[in-house]
Design a protein around this ligand. Structure first.
Ligand code: 5HY
Length: 243
């Protein structure tokens, strides 16, 4: 039995439930998927400030997962918040949904475009494309300017996102579309029908990637920068993070 912990770094429980359904739908029968939101953090992540304040909650959930013997982790937010720090703490693989989606997209075509939520998050998507080595493959980042939590609440959101994906494919002439928010995880099938190209949702891509790495017996390297963090005291609100 493989145990994968999917962490939604925001505290929106309805979104966490939707993320969990998508992850479980693709997991193998021998995989247990638990999906959580941290006890602390922003209700949605739409800025650098939100992202920074989401990280302690992610790390607290990874530390709890290590105590529970979790085999691997998915960070289910398109900014991949706390990914490097989580890899220092976790023994098993940790994969962010932006990273997973970009990797998958470039296995299916020479280029992809990202469709994300607010325009102000587009820069972060480009940062990650550069960080992961996919700047040349990324043809464009397009924002639908629908707040993260409205993706589920606004009945028109799906149609708006789907139409923007069609426009992105026509304008960028890309081979694939990457959905730029965990809140779009269950939009992939209908967007693929409308665009006619592979549409990658990072939640499901990351779940299968973690599952595959665990099945291969592969874990995060502890030789270099992902070695456990040096022991030290953390003070104030962070005193519980003393390692
Ligand atoms: C996400 N925010 O996947 C990102 C999307 C974004 O709360 N979950 C969030 O807009 O960056």
């Amino acid at each position: 039995m493989t145990h994968i912990k999917v962490i939604n770094p925001n505290t929106a429980l309805a979104m966490t439930a939707s993320i969990g359904r998508c992850a479980r739908a693709v997991a193998s029968p021998s995989t247990v998927v638990t999906t959580v939101s941290p006890a602390m953090g922003p209700e949605s992540i739409e800025s650098h400030y939100d992202e920074a304040l989401a990280v302690p909650g992610v790390l607290a959930e990874v530390a709890a997962g290590e105590r529970a013997g979790v085999d691997g982790y998915v960070i289910a937010c398109f900014g991949d918040p706390g990914l490097d720090a989580a890899r220092e703490v976790a023994v098993g693989p940790v994969i962010g949904i932006a990273e997973a989606a970009m990797h998958a997209a470039t296995l299916l075509g020479r280029s992809f475009s990202v469709v994300t939520t607010l325009s102000r998050t587009a820069g972060r998507a480009w940062d990650l494309a550069h960080r992961y080595g996919f700047a040349a493959a990324c043809r464009g980042v397009h924002a639908c300017d629908i707040p993260v939590l409205d993706l589920d609440r606004d009945p028109a959101a799906r149609k708006t996102v789907t139409e923007l994906c069609v426009t992105a494919v026509e304008r960028d002439r890309c081979d694939a579309v990457v959905l730029g928010c965990a809140g779009m995880a269950d939009f992939a099938a209908e967007v693929a029908d409308e665009t006619g190209v592979p549409v990658i949702d990072g939640v499901t891509a990351a779940t299968k990637l973690v599952e595959s790495l665990v099945a291969l017996g592969l874990r995060t390297s502890k030789r270099g920068e992902y070695a456990p963090p040096p022991k030290k005291r953390y003070s104030g609100l962070l005193s519980d993070f003393t390692y």
